[in-house]
Design a protein around this ligand. Sequence first.
Ligand code: S3P
Length: 436
Amino acid sequence: MKFIVNNGGSLSGNIRVPGDKSISHRSIMFGALAEGVTRVTGFLEGEDSLNTMRVFQAMGVEIEGPEDGRVVIHGVGMRGLQAPGRALDVGNSGTSMRLLAGLLAGQEFDVELTGDNSLSKRPMKRVTEPLARMGAKVDTAEGGRPPLRIHGSGALQAIQYAMPMASAQVKSCVLLAGMYAQGKTCVTEPAPTRDHTERMLTAFGWPVEKNGDTVCIEGPAKLRACDIDVPADISSAAFFMVAASIAPDSDITLEHVGVNPTRTGIIDILQLMGANLELLNPREVGGEPVADIRVRSAQLKGIHVPEELVPLAIDEFPVLFVAAACAEGETVVTGAEELRVKESDRIQVMADGLQTLGVDARPTADGMVIQGLGANGCLGSGGVLSHDDHRIAMAFSMAALRASGAIEIDDTDNVNTSFPGFVELSQRAGLAIAQA
Ligand code: S3P
């Protein structure tokens, strides 16, 4: 599949993007381990969260749906999972693999986790290292890559772990393993990262203890089923925030978006760049803050992105680089080396694509320096490579709004991992996109 996006246009109307990927994964994991029936609404029916669902079905958990975002999980309790009898394939999903590694290290059976080509190249030592300290035995392929072979013993030790990188996946992996350890497991993060695991543990009746940059869980844990309403994913909404900012005469409202403060780096960064964003009707839904976000066109200006905002916007950089290309002046991103180990090397791949479109985009070890084209500037047109990365494909789709001609993006199937219905919703909002 590829996208062909004709240039120009503006965005308008009210749209609701699909459910939050991080929260959807966690709703299945905690729902499966809880006692009782968990009902989820707004679940992301994308390949990544569906893979998490299939993994638990393979371990004997009865899960109904998804149907219109509704999922019903019949929890089996902390010790109720069954050995799957085959390797568990999580496809493209790093979140599934890293969080499951922690959860499965606490079981009494052996299990193998595999993934697709992209996931098979991603680093897993960041989770196997703390798990080994907890007494888990996890084998990897060469260089700490997947597949992971997890040898369950059922007995983990509580640890105090200082994370070397700001990663919510690593933090969550250790907390999930901590649910199966005797005593208090603590994780200290070098900078704040998304806290959906902590919030959802509270919703399932097993609150964590938070002290500054350290979060602790007492094991062994016991979870009680609850209802989860998954808000729209701010990481998917981000494409339209940038699109409506860079396309003249745009005015769009994104409905029911999750605005957890550990995820709103994209809003802060765009506002620093001069974007016209308004948070309307703020409310709280199931322990997560939610709002509607109105976005109107604005002349963006280049900035040095504050490093403390980087982990709070980590998945939004592909489209932020497009915003920077349309801004007036220079944008500098530093402290974002984690982008090199996402679904693709997002620093190199975005720099290559922007250069193809005539933008002066210089990759650095930990970020990028982009010379914006300014108010009257236009990106070039032509073919760009997505490297099978969903967020690269969607970011370059939005670039067409300010291009001199059509942009063609290859290998776009992976958009389904996080944003099913992207083409239809984008068309409705005003993007001239088609797939072939
Ligand atoms: C995620 C955490 C982030 C993010 C990923 C989802 C999560 O990864 O990039 O898409 O759900 O915990 P890191 O924690 O590795 O930065």
